[in-house]
Write a protein that binds this ligand. Structure first.
Ligand code: HEM
Length: 456
């Protein structure tokens, strides 16, 4: 545990660590029963104590890597030797084909070079005033609506509108496309996870394309074609930027089909922000003293007006709150890789084919990396407190060449939304029932998060 000593306020109460951890590794039978209900509930206590843990599940060797130096080895230094799991990549491939969330090797590299400048901090700057205006408008609706809402659902609706503004410039036809892609990958069937060669997988996995999705796909193609056509007069939204983007290495654009695939991939990736925008209200409701400081900062920076883009960098406490929310409830709790060759990780030999699990859910709550890891304490992210901590003890957006391409946009969009809502409302948990984090591809509260709205 490193660098958690400086505090600005009195000690904070602990957050209930949910779901409860089994004391020991589960038997394969219990594990198979538990995974479908909650994949995080299978993670036993030892994983939060040891930095490298070897396990074998149904003959498959798995190494849990939480040691920051070993994480660097896997995700950065030897990144080419640790591709994504084929079975998971295939799930994404059904809808995203060559898109960066689904590809590897040279195809991925090219997509990544083309996509990054279309969504980096410079590209999204002109979008920010529009995002704030939409969030304010939705907040008006919240103020005028019922006293209790499922904030996860509500924030999901808002995030879709915001994302659609960026992707299509606010074209209502974009909404069903975003909704379809936000559900990618679809819930796997057991057959989807069985190792098999690509030609067989195409038969079993790729066939799941239904007519409704084919129609949305056709519309996505048409939107991109419209932006490529001479005389297009719309705003230079994300689809437009992607349609005209060129590979900085050879100046070539992506082929039309691949522009569609990359657009689909970026759209699908964009769904993750909803999670942090939900968990923040849960944690603030449990920690009134943090909430009071958060409100005090908003009042000091914004006074009685909506935020402006230039206010966002001034919201330094709010940013620490957001960072701490993503530490305790990482929106993407699991990062999985597979060793393409035999190697040594964290001083231990691993065989080719070993699954390598870097779990932000574990790393962020690891007892060897964080003091009082289950406690919600935004001041961990004060420079003085973060100084001695290994950088890779915190990786909500992953790290290395495959780091989240939307990280900069996600942080800006989340800060803007949090500022708009926090300036106007306080949310109180509407039920005493425990809020159980449910790990699928992303981390969500099981059954939503009903809250009572109080106007500030
Ligand atoms: C709080 C919000 C977000 C979090 C925590 C998050 C987290 C992550 C993580 C952990 C990965 C790596 C996954 C892996 O390698 O297994 C990733 C990749 C990715 N994310 Fe995000 N993400 C967020 C928002 C976004 C947004 C807004 C976009 C859209 C622009 C996006 C697009 C992507 C894409 C396309 C990839 C694949 C990158 C590649 O493999 O090169 N994400 N994200």
């Amino acid at each position: 545990m490193i660098g958690d000593s400086v505090r600005e306020a009195a000690p904070l109460p602990p957050v209930p660590a949910m779901p409860l951890r089994p004391a020991r590794a589960l038997s394969v039978q219990t594990l198979l029963r538990t995974v479908p209900t909650n994949s995080l509930a299978v993670l036993d206590d030892a994983l939060f104590e040891e930095l490298i843990v070897f396990r074998r599940y149904l003959l498959q060797p798995v190494v849990f890597v939480s040691d920051p130096a070993a994480i660097r080895h896997v995700l950065i230094d030897r990144f080419d030797d640790y591709p994504r799991l084929t079975s998971i990549r295939r799930l994404f491939e059904t809808d995203l084909r060559t898109g960066s969330l689904a590809s590897e090797g040279e195809t991925w590299r090219r997509h990544r070079r083309v996509a990054t400048p279309t969504i980096d901090h410079r590209a999204i700057r002109p979008d920010v005033p529009g995002l704030i205006a939409i969030a304010e408008q939705m907040a008006d609706g919240l103020a005028a609506g019922p006293e209790t809402v499922d904030i996860e659902r509500w924030v999901g609706g808002l995030a879709t509108l915001l994302w659609n503004q960026v992707v299509t410039g606010g074209d209502p036809a974009g909404i069903p496309i975003l909704r379809w892609l936000s559900k990618v990958p679809h819930k796997p069937r057991p057959i989807d996870l069985v190792p098999m060669p690509a030609w067989l997988a195409r038969h079993f996995v790729h066939h799941r394309r239904d007519p409704a999705r084919a129609e949305l796909d056709r519309q996505l193609h048409a939107m991109i074609a419209a932006r490529k056509a001479p005389g297009f007069t719309g705003a230079p939204d994300l689809l437009h930027r992607l349609a005209h983007a060129r590979d900085r290495q050879d100046g070539a654009p992506l082929p039309d089909d691949e522009v569609r695939d990359e657009a689909a991939s970026l759209i699908a990736g964009g769904a993750a922000s909803v999670r942090a925008l939900t968990w923040i209200w849960y944690l603030l409701a449990l920690h009134p003293e943090v909430e009071a400081r958060f409100h005090a900062e908003l009042d000091a920076v914004l006074g009685d007006r909506p935020p402006l883009p230039e206010d966002l960098p001034k919201l330094t406490y709010t940013r620490r709150v957001l960072d701490e929310v993503m530490r305790l409830y990482p929106p993407i709790p699991v990062i999985l890789r597979q060793a393409a060759r035999a190697d040594v990780v964290g001083g231990r030999r691993i065989r080719r084919g070993t699954f390598v699990a870097v779990l932000p859910w574990i790393v962020h709550r690891h007892r060897r990396l964080w003091q009082d890891p289950d406690r919600f304490d935004p001041d961990r992210f004060l420079d003085a407190n973060a100084a001695g901590r290994p950088k890779l003890a915190y990786l909500p957006f992953a790290a290395g060449p495959r780091v989240c391409v939307g990280a900069s946009f996600a942080v800006t969009q989340m800060l803007a939304t949090i500022a708009v809502l926090g300036r106007r409302f306080r949310f109180r948990l509407a039920s005493d029932a425990p809020v159980v984090p449910f790990g699928a591809i992303s981390l969500q509260p099981k059954g939503g998060l009903p809250v009572r709205i109080e106007r500030r």
